[in-house]
Ligand binder design. Structure first.
Ligand SMILES: [Zn+2]
Length: 79
């Protein structure tokens, strides 16, 4: 039979380990996922780096879009 009040222990969205709800103060709930505080911080750091990297890459791409490709080198005909 099912216990309606029983909620399965959440799994950490990062290390995939079961989170003991007894240490509820040490967990973070975000985007419908649970994380250990440490895991969340690590993930946030990584996300921050990834976001910055993505921004930089986007900037580069944008720059490339703006710069027109150089015209083909003229063919020099030596008489
Ligand atoms: Zn974790």
């Amino acid at each position: 039979m099912q216990d309606g009040n029983s909620v399965p222990d959440p799994i950490c969205g990062r290390c995939k380990k079961q989170i003991d709800m007894a240490v509820r103060t040490e967990v973070v709930y975000q985007d419908k996922m649970w994380f250990h505080t440490a895991c969340h911080r690590e993930g946030a750091d990584q996300l921050f780096r990834a976001t910055r990297l993505a921004e930089v890459l986007t900037e580069v791409k944008r720059g490339v879009d703006i710069i027109p490709s150089p015209p083909p080198a003229p063919v020099v005909v030596v008489p």
